[in-house]
Ligand binder design. Structure first.
Ligand code: GLU
Length: 283
């Protein structure tokens, strides 16, 4: 395979490109709408591009109905993407090349452990107050049988990144274990697909919810292995319920279309989500 890495351009030459990458596993969540709005505004303000990418590689959980709901809701809110929608399900051939490359280079391997074995291991680790992680003995066994899932032979190191909102973040990859990257050669998992797409789509800024912070070191590791440039990261605080837990179904109304059906105007929703977490400092 050809070398795919590009030289990282100087900061001032970088075209601003953001993205929103919803998984169509439910209707558009108000938190995703807020992340989409920030990406949209940041790209627009910098005369850049805003990409819509549907992350639908999980066939069991993805549903075309939800994809339609997400697209309709973004349109209703007036959050306009300038590129896309791309669908990961239409890009499987691309991911496959990268998965095969990692396998060929011995950087990834087949882990044949069953769900039950992994759960048991996790429970044992938790009982011993250890970080739950799977370091697989099969990576050294050179077994070529294609059973189980594909994992990265995770290099041990400290990953450091500068979050535009939260500042310096350090992460010891020891805690990650061997990262699951694909169900098989045709089916990448989230962290792998996202890294390949953010790179190929030349995303300059990844602006997303704080719930993804723990994925960032995994994604940076993969970027380093492929020789990809690193986007800038900004992790937004989550929209919380009155009990300060992440806004979820328990708090009733979480999807944009529910507000729409209840008669709220798109302008009111935009005004609410853009001002959430900020105030002018007056009464
Ligand atoms: N598909 C992921 C989600 O819906 C996207 C995360 C990301 O922005 O990287 O949560």
């Amino acid at each position: 395979m050809k070398k795919i890495a590009k030289k990282r351009p100087k900061k001032e030459d970088v075209r601003i490109r953001t993205r929103i990458a919803p998984s169509p596993t439910g209707p558009l969540h108000i938190g995703t709408a807020r992340a989409a709005l920030f990406n949209y505004l940041f790209a627009k303000h910098n005369k850049g591009d805003f990409v819509l990418r549907i992350e639908d590689t999980d066939v069991e959980r993805s549903d075309k109905r939800f994809e339609k709901n997400i697209i309709d809701s973004l349109e209703w809110l007036g959050i306009k993407w300038t590129e896309g929608p791309y669908r990961q399900s239409e890009r499987l051939e691309i991911y496959k090349k990268y998965i095969q490359k990692l396998l060929e280079e011995g950087k990834a391997f087949w882990c044949p452990h069953t769900k039950e074995e992994l759960t048991e291991e996790k429970q044992r680790q938790m009982a011993n107050k250890e970080a739950p992680r799977h370091v697989c003995e099969y990576k050294t066994k050179k077994i070529k049988s294609k059973k189980g899932i594909i994992r990265l032979d995770t290099p041990q190191k400290i990953v450091e990144f500068e979050d535009l909102i939260r500042g310096k973040i350090k992460f010891d990859t020891f805690l990650l274990g061997d990262i699951a990257i694909a169900k098989n050669e045709e089916t990448p998992l989230y962290n792998l697909a996202v890294v390949i797409d953010d790179y190929l789509m030349e995303i300059s800024h990844v602006i997303r919810g704080e719930d993804h912070i723990s994925n960032t070191p995994k994604q940076i590791l993969l970027q380093e292995i492929f020789g990809f440039s690193r986007p800038q990261y900004a992790h937004l605080p989550l929209v919380l319920g009155p009990d300060r837990s992440k806004l979820s179904k328990r708090h009733n109304v979480v999807s944009v279309d529910e507000y729409r059906k209840a008669g709220y105007l798109p302008e009111a929703i935009i005004n609410f989500i853009v001002l959430l977490g900020w105030n002018p400092g007056t009464e």
